[in-house]
Design a binder for this molecule. Structure first.
Ligand code: ZN
Length: 119
């Protein structure tokens, strides 16, 4: 994902994406909105986790794994895990390139819309 998009994600979720570096988002720009929406849900949950249980959820990375978005986060609970799982599933129908509705396409299966899929 492009650096300026990763920077936007960090701004949206300063607790989850804390640290010097930009969050490591090793996937296509088309999943930006998915990640942004997911962070909007997770960031307040992370604050609650810290307040209630002293946990400090932190994003390790996001990557494309078997054509699906995989989110790896440390120190989370079941409720945050459920949110992540929902977005990971949602990625299976969002074009990784442009964010339009997509589906698994090609020999090296990727989630793409018909416009982005060029065989
Ligand atoms: Zn597309």
């Amino acid at each position: 994902m492009k650096k300026h998009l990763a920077a936007q994600i960090k701004l949206r979720a300063p607790t989850i994406c804390r640290g010097e570096d930009l969050p490591f988002l090793n996937c296509g720009d088309g999943w930006y909105q998915l990640i942004a929406d997911m962070m909007d849900e997770l960031e307040p949950m992370a604050h609650e986790m810290k307040r209630l249980y002293g946990k400090e959820p932190k994003l390790a990375w996001v990557e494309t794994h078997h054509a699906t978005m995989q989110v790896v986060m440390d120190d989370i609970g079941k409720d945050m895990d459920a949110v992540i799982e929902r977005y990971e599933e949602a990625s299976e129908s969002v074009c990784e390139n442009c964010g339009q509705p997509g589906r698994p396409q090609g020999k090296w299966i990727e989630i793409l819309c018909d416009d982005c899929f060029t065989d």
